[in-house]
Design a protein around this ligand. Structure first.
Ligand code: T3D
Length: 257
């Protein structure tokens, strides 16, 4: 059984983590397959949005703990060669990525969901920053991403206690955009991704880059990067189409170019 399944519907690529017996816990092969799927999405100009979801009743529960039965080895190396590449592949993909959180997200699975641009959750989903429960610190960008979304106080309380949030609580905290009934999740995530895929893809990718850069830039640096990317944006076909459609009082037909 492949660790990841990748399917295409129009401009939307869906990548499904596929180790359902362990709620899609990560092993090295699943990292490699997920990274390959993201690279394929980056290469293929016809892909204009990506959905990441899990097979079975879990989204992704972080590291496969059965691999810790023996001595864990050099965890730093494993993080660098697996988790970091996966998280950075999502953040550097200049296309929108929707996490369809179909069940439990735990440990680095929370980091994975939060690295995506938008989260739609099933009402059965839950979010468990499980690291502390096994004496670890949050990794895979967990501290960066949770702090960015929740601010220090809530981030500390949640990460330090490891408590399980329901989908409704995650929605109230702003961690997910919407919660839908489990049976409706796949269709709703496809709809959200389809809407994003119809937008000016390059401008969306650059918006993503700008928001990430804003985390660490000064205002002056950010103003300069905005000016540079706006210069490139005005050279796209989608900019010309957007302006023409506005002036002709008709809906735009963006192509992602
Ligand atoms: O070197 C490095 O790689 C370091 C990197 C670390 C990154 C990390 O992610 S550390 C954090 C690892 N994850 C966890 O600690 C989460 C452990 N799991 C749980 O706490 C619970 O399973 C959940 C709260 C997520 C879900 O609970 P529940 O009751 O819905 O399901 P369950 O019954 O606990 O799990 C179902 C099955 O999945 C079960 O197997 P079984 O009994 O049916 O054969 C369970 O053992 C398995 N499972 C769940 N999580 C993991 C797992 N198997 C392997 N690894 C897991 N992480």
């Amino acid at each position: 059984m492949p660790e990841v399944e990748s399917t295409r519907d129009g401009a939307v690529q869906t990548i499904t983590l596929n180790r359902p017996d362990v709620l899609n816990a990560f092993n090295a092969a699943m990292h490699a397959a997920l990274q390959d799927g993201l690279k394929e999405a980056a290469r293929d100009a016809e892909v204009r949005a990506v959905v990441v979801t899990g097979a079975g009743r879990g989204f992704c529960v972080g590291q496969d703990l059965t691999e810790f039965r023996e001595a864990p080895g050099d965890i730093g190396d494993r993080l660098r060669s697996g988790y970091h590449r996966t998280i950075l592949a999502i953040r550097s993909l200049e296309k929108p990525v929707v996490a369809a959180v179909n069940g439990a997200a735990a440990g680095a699975g929370v980091s994975l969901a939060l690295a995506c641009d938008i989260r739609v959750a099933a009402d059965s989903a839950s979010f468990v920053p499980a690291f502390v429960n096994i004496g670890l610190v949050p990794d895979s960008g967990g501290t960066f991403l949770v702090r960015r979304l929740l601010g220090y106080g809530r981030a500390f309380e949640w990460l330090a206690t490891g408590r399980r949030l329901t989908a409704a609580e995650a929605h109230a905290w702003g961690l997910v955009s919407e919660v839908v009934e489990s049976d409706a999740l796949a269709a709703r995530a496809a709809e959200v991704a389809g809407e994003l895929a119809a937008l000016p893809t390059r401008a969306i990718g650059w918006t993503k880059r700008l928001l990430d850069s804003a985390e660490t830039s000064t205002l002056e640096e950010q103003l300069e990067l905005e000016a540079q990317l706006q210069t490139v944006a005005t050279q796209t076909a989608d900019f010309r189409e957007g302006v023409a459609a506005f002036l002709e009082k008709r809906p735009p037909r963006f192509t992602g170019s």
